[in-house]
Design a protein around this ligand. Structure first.
Ligand code: GCW
Length: 680
């Protein structure tokens, strides 16, 4: 019977058989707080995996059997340690990187910097638990991404916008209210997957959250920062662009108004008194009603640069979100295309931003849909720092009721080739930072955690948080590798873990099949975004249309339509604009097609809509049966909590299947060519 303490996630306390001898003495100089945290985590990690706590010696005894932990700077002249001499000659580390060398009597973990040592310790422990460290082992690893950030959309009343895992870890009843141990456990989970930045409040900075940057709240924010700092994590605060007006009572928040700019300078100085290592601000402006520079006929560069100048003296950055669009659209107007907005606004400002401004761009042009093309901004921005924004919380992917393993689609995103010159896939653009070229500096993601005992609502949704950390560190890691790691770290090296790994890998294709078809997007219940409502957004102001008629569906985004395809590189513009080369899982995002359009499998578009929705439901039924087969190998609490969510997911999949199929049967008068039941 596999016991799983859900709260411990992938850091389970479970005795393993170590592939190597782990000495019972750790040699480590007294270091900074993060290095000391690394030593503590090594000791605790060995205790939870091997059942003993190594003792710590601050005096390095060269040649002795032991575990040597330290920084590159202090370990270059490492004692004759497991042949690690001159290791740095063959292992060039970048920021936050680490080197691991393990041999029979000695283990050597060196960090490029303090966080690097901490990441090296966590990676050693996870490799040990995965049984991947045998005899002599050597690993030299640095994160491809400099910025590996988590965004919290947590509100001061304790609610979490688009949160499906309980209330906020940080706030309650209008202010900070957190359990220090819970925050420390959370910081440990994030550090164990290489996260180095956390923004702590909703980007929609409303109500009391506007006062976060006042002394009333900064003291508590500072206490939060103290806990995260020990784990190498620096905070960002989301600020409301209109604060000089709404908080400072100035007549304007115009970024070019000197008084408004001075107000921010003074406010920043106050903030850094309480959080000296604040990484900076995260800003949502001119989007969904949030204030921004457009209100003053200023550009986003004007807005971001004004804030950038305020934080520059403190080494701060401004992470400026590109989620802007005209959300007062008239559904009758086929010329306005929300998908065009971010590129239209920002490409013309490439190079206009200060060097401490980083644009944060959603992976797709729309809004975290189950399938979207990658934003045309990636590969096109040549002179502006930027990161990609992903969503771990399952706003459009099942609310952590439905299992939907997101690394599956993230792998597609990382391998997408923007075709802007050489090495221009997302993962190659991320690696370009090393070569000093303007590439993707990292990733940011809206987190899926809350106060639920298992952190994520659905226990298997922990794999999405784990997977985000692994891919943010190295975008080349595959969904399969992540599923294997997470399943084994959580459930052990056994057949049950392998079965859970396979269920994870089946879940995204299943979800995509029963959801909005072939990249047409939305069709979700308005506001909640869970469950089907095929015309729920069809006449809204949000620009989220499918325009299904009696004989066709989809949006023409080619030059003969909204021209969105032209925002891509010439190669991809041509690829997407031609239905015969456009990837079929996106064909209704880019094209308006008749239902009798022949798809690559020889069936019509309409029949493919029916087939995918019947299959999607059947796939969920199969996952449910797979899970039931584990009843006798899993302790009942975990088994039953996940079982109940699979049963709810099956109800949701049936609704999607039947509503979508019935909708198109009624629209077209054409049934399923295999005579399966479609309700009239
Ligand atoms: O997906 C939409 C969500 C909003 C969110 C917004 C954003 C925080 O429905 O809840 O607001 O995107 O990304 O700013």
């Amino acid at each position: 019977m596999i016991m799983l303490k859900e709260y411990d996630c992938w850091l389970q306390k479970r005795k393993i058989t170590a592939g190597i001898n782990v000495p019972d003495t750790v040699f480590a100089h007294k270091g900074g707080e993060v290095s000391d945290r690394a030593v503590k985590e090594f000791v605790c990690g060995i205790d939870r995996l091997l059942g003993f706590k190594p003792k710590v010696s601050r005096k390095i005894a060269a040649g002795k059997s032991g575990v040597f932990l330290g920084l590159v700077s202090g370990m270059k002249d490492a004692p004759e340690c497991c042949g690690a001499k001159n290791w740095d000659a063959k292992c060039s580390l970048s920021e936050n990187g680490f080197f691991i060398k393990a041999a029979e009597k000695q283990i050597f973990i060196a960090g490029k910097d303090e966080p690097g040592l901490l990441y090296g310790v966590f990676r050693f422990l996870s490799l040990l638990a995965l049984g991947l460290i045998k005899n002599v082992f050597e690993l030299c690893d640095s994160p491809v991404s400099a910025l590996r950030m988590i965004n919290h959309w947590d509100n001061f009343d304790g609610a979490v916008e688009r949160g499906y895992a309980g209330n906020s870890l940080f706030y309650k009843n209008g202010g900070f209210d957190f359990d220090r141990q819970r925050i420390e456990d959370y910081a440990r989970l994030l550090a164990s997957i290489g996260i180095n930045r956390v923004s702590i409040n909703n980007v929609n900075v409303r109500a009391n959250a506007k006062l976060l940057i006042t002394e009333k709240y900064l003291k508590d924010a500072g206490k939060l920062a103290d806990i995260f700092r020990r784990f190498g994590i620096r905070l960002l605060i989301s600020v409301n662009f209109g604060a000089p007006w709404s908080l400072g009572k100035l007549p304007t928040a115009d970024p070019l108004d000197e008084k408004a700019a001075d107000w921010w300078k003074n406010r920043v100085a106050l903030i850094y008194k309480y959080i000296p290592d604040l990484a900076g601000f995260l800003v949502k402006a001119d989007s969904e009603g949030e204030p921004g520079p457009f209100q003053y006929n200023r550009t986003h560069a004007d807005g971001a640069n004004m804030l950038a100048k305020a934080v520059k003296p403190f080494g701060g950055i401004i992470v400026w979100r590109c989620f802007v669009y005209n959300c007062v659209q008239d559904w009758r107007d086929k010329n306005v295309d929300r998908a065009r907005a971010a590129y239209d606004h920002f490409i013309q400002q490439d190079g206009a931003f200060d060097d401490n401004v980083i644009l944060q761009i959603k992976h797709g042009p729309y809004d975290f849909q189950v399938r979207e093309p990658v934003s045309p901004l990636f590969g096109a921005l040549k002179k502006t720092r930027h990161v990609m924004e992903l969503q771990i919380t399952q706003e459009y992917t099942g609310h952590q009721i439905d299992l939907c393993y997101l690394p599956w689609v993230w792998e597609d995103i990382m391998r997408y080739d923007s075709a802007h010159g050489e090495k221009s896939s997302i993962m190659e653009l991320t690696a370009k930072r090393e070569e000093g070229l303007c590439g993707i500096e990292g990733f940011s993601a809206v987190v899926n955690v809350g106060l639920d005992g298992n952190w994520t609502g659905h226990t298997l949704a922990q794999a999405n948080l784990y997977g985000y950390g692994r891919m943010a560190w190295n975008p080349a890691v595959t969904a399969k590798e992540i599923a294997r790691e997470w399943s084994a770290l959580s459930f052990g090296l056994n057949e049950t873990a392998r079965k859970i790994e396979n269920i994870l890998l089946k879940s995204y294709p299943a979800y995509e099949k029963y959801n909005a078809p072939f990249g047409v997007c939305f069709m979700v219940t308005p506001n909640t975004h869970y469950g089907p409502n095929i015309e729920g957004y069809e006449f809204s102001r949000w620009g989220t249309y499918h325009r299904a008629s009696a004989d066709a569906i989809g949006i023409d985004r080619t030059p003969s339509g909204t021209g969105y395809t032209s925002q891509y590189s010439p190669k991809n513009a041509a690829l997407f604009a031609d239905p015969s080369t456009c990837p079929e899982n996106l064909i209704l995002f880019f094209h308006r097609l008749r239902y009798d359009y022949k798809m690559k499998n020889g069936q019509t578009l309409l029949q493919n809509i029916y087939d995918t929705h019947f299959e999607g439901y059947d796939d969920v039924a199969a996952m449910l049966e797979d899970w039931k087969s584990l009843e006798n190998s899993l302790e009942s609490e975990v088994y039953n909590s996940v079982l109940s969510r699979f049963e709810r997911q099956l109800v949701n999949a049936r609704e999607w299947r039947d509503q979508i199929n019935t909708y198109f049967r009624r629209k077209t008068g054409i049934g399923d060519n295999r005579g399966r039941v479609i309700y009239d």
